[in-house]
Design a protein around this ligand. Sequence first.
Ligand SMILES: [Zn+2]
Length: 490
Amino acid sequence: MALTVYNTMNRRKEPFEPLDPPNVSIYVCGPTVYGHSHVGHAKSYISFDVIVRWLRTRYNVRYVQNITDVGHLTDDADEGEDKIVEEARRRGLHPMAVAELFTRSYLEDMDTLGVRRADIMPRASGHIPGQIELIKRLIETGHAYEVNGSVYFAVSTDRGYGKLSGRVLDEVQAGARVAIVNEKRDPRDFALWKAASPEHIMQWPSPWGMGFPGWHLECSAMAMKYLGETLDIHGGGLENQFPHHECEIAQSESATGVPFVRYWLHNHMITVGGEKMGKSKGNFILLKDILHPDWPVHAFLGRKYDPLVLRAYILNSHYRSDLDFSVEGLDAAEAGLRRLHTAVRLLRQAVEKAGEGEEHGIDLAAVEEAFTAAMDDDFNTPQAVAVLFDLARQSNTVVESGRRVSRAALDGVDGLFRRLGGGVLGLIPDQLKSEGGGLENGLLQLLVELRQTARKERNFALADAVRDKLAAAGVILEDRPDGTTWRIEG
Ligand SMILES: [Zn+2]
């Protein structure tokens, strides 16, 4: 059994062989922090969260994800304004205050979604000296040139340019743009360092005068600082393949002379209602629209959703599939997740009550093997989720049979739910909501027992009233041969 991953560079699935096993290095482009995160961010970072969680079951992983807080311009052709500076002016804030505000917002959303934080989360503005060093190296080796305090990468010096995306800058487009940035020797060249005008707030001293780094260069410098000159995996959204990742490869490999990345992994995108998400279209959905109880209800959604529902929805499709975001899809994910959680809750209630007994008869090894085969096949999470549902069906059958199954055996089933459904996919919390910790659990148990007493005393009116009142509050009681269980609806 071996892990295979789809390598965008070669456009095929390949066996995954890290450079220095059992160590694995992975870099994923982080957000540019000039606004709240949207559903597209959730798809990207939940996908890589699960990829990293799966890698960690076998390897020592070092996961680096940057925060871009300077240098990401509104225009790919090195013109336009820094996205953060633009937002800062709109809000009347310092750019670093904007970066801090949206870094916190991003982390809050990701924590809510159960996305584990990367091992290292470097900020671009904190790594200026390393970026300057990399630019110096490129100038010394003849791959970059300085003009008027800006430094550009000379694409003509890199024979491999275009190998990731299969693209080079369109000649017509380039012709139009060269008129704008006429200091470039070749329209395909891109900025490594930009000279800053005196009023520009985000600027640092460099050998070429005051300025700020280019976005592409930041990622190369931070990735190589923490992971070395060759990374095992570089991840990111498909929209960053060109020009961002193409430029990362060009400048890194030109500086070091060794391959920058062994495996390129790209997640596909989210559309909303069949259309590209756009602020003007009314289909722009922020994570806080879905998750945050204090934010107004978004017209497209009509209500709020549990973070795990969004997580399940995203993992129900493959990371390399496009996902058309819809309320129907969310609702279906919610219903599925509820079935899964109900099965786990009933199982855990059965564990509590069980003692000595027989085996359950579920082939746990086969379940784990099927799950592993799915995840080893380029992180096929929809297939892995299906394996969990199958386990849930088998678990329900055992719990509902009324057989006396031993506590240890039932515990084994729960252990697999925790490890695969919780540890790897992050869909089954250790403490399910309606297990409710001590108090809620205790109170519900008390009501169940009072109702049983009422039935024993043939006070069926009271027993039914307890059941109906609980049902109205969303707690469903189920009388089984071995006693009464409860579950919370919705
Ligand atoms: Zn990047």
